[in-house]
Design a protein around this ligand. Structure first.
Ligand SMILES: O=C(O)CCC(=O)C(=O)O
Length: 290
């Protein structure tokens, strides 16, 4: 057995277009879950198998146990993480959902919310991206444990990808006092009712969401870990946008820009899938679990 390639259906595309997200099952071979849990253990212990540090390390063993643990671009540090978040089939699904001719990874997220850990504030991913153009992202969120509302799974505000752009309230991502406050402020400002959809799926399932969809998650009041591996992509055509380098998460990710060229280097932002058949050479494939 191996991970069967994910193929998007017309119904899933229609749900994504209407709601700004779609829930899916079977993104991952269940036999890989234990191996991925071990990879999370390694990375959050500071063991970087490749010798390369992730771009953002927001929690390491010994830090505040009530915080949701987060590492960004763990794929640079761990080959198993790389083999999942660099998958061609996931890149293809994201490109098709977003209407792009190809997809490149911008960032992965390793998120680990143990029992009792606090929330992640509601936000829109595109809000962090003034440093590249087009300012678009689409995301695949993969549950590594069975998820539930009580366990603090991610929630999406249905239809919020169509809300106006440009006047979003300030957002505190890590452990805000009220994780839904910016969402409530935005929905009130736009005069729309909130319709929140929790991603409740078996481990190995997950979701795809649009870069302007509001999402966040509550504390883990359940009785089990809540780990997720997240793949954020942009179109393969994306180029740096220097006026935005100092904003959003630009100070971290614009470090890979050449001084005289706005191309995004494939070594740092590999192309996972392109409709003409191109894929950045040498990317790893997922191992066979059994
Ligand atoms: O898992 C969460 O609670 C948040 C995930 C997130 O922000 C994302 O996938 O873009």
């Amino acid at each position: 057995m191996g991970t069967a390639p994910f193929t998007l259906t017309d119904d899933q595309q229609a749900d994504f277009d209407a709601d700004g997200f779609v829930l899916v099952e079977g993104l991952l071979d269940p036999g890989l879950l234990d191996l991925l849990h071990e990879a999370f253990d390694r990375v959050f212990r500071g063991e970087f198998a490749t010798g390369v540090a992730p771009d953002e390390v927001n929690w390491q063993e010994g830090d505040d146990p009530t915080l949701t643990r987060q590492v960004c671009n763990g794929w640079r540090a761990d080959p198993l993480i790389a083999s999942i978040v660099l998958r061609a089939d996931l890149g293809e699904a994201l490109a098709r959902l977003a209407g792009w001719s190809g997809a490149r990874i911008v960032q992965d997220n390793l998120l680990w919310k143990p029992v009792g850990a606090r929330s992640l504030g509601f936000h829109r991913d595109n809000g962090y991206l003034p440093w590249y153009r087009p300012r678009e992202m689409a995301t695949c969120w993969i549950a590594l444990d069975d998820t539930s509302s009580a366990g603090g799974t991610v929630e999406f505000a249905r239809g919020s990808h169509r809300w106006p752009i440009g006047d979003d309230p300030d957002v505190e991502f890590h452990a805000p006092a009220d994780h839904r406050a910016p969402l409530v402020e935005a929905s009130t400002a736009h005069g729309v009712d909130l319709d929140l959809a929790p991603v409740e799926v078996p481990a190995g399932g997950g979701s795809f969401h649009h870069g302007w969809t509001w999402h966040g998650s509550g504390p883990n009041t359940g009785d089990a870990h809540r780990r997720a591996l997240v793949l954020h992509c942009a179109t393969s055509e994306t180029r740096y946008h220097r006026p935005g380098f100092g904003e959003g998460n630009g100070p971290v990710y614009s470090r890979y820009a050449a001084p005289d060229d706005d191309a995004m280097p494939e070594a740092h932002f590999p192309i996972l899938w392109r409709e003409d058949g191109y894929r950045t050479p040498g990317l790893p494939e997922p191992p066979s679990a059994s």
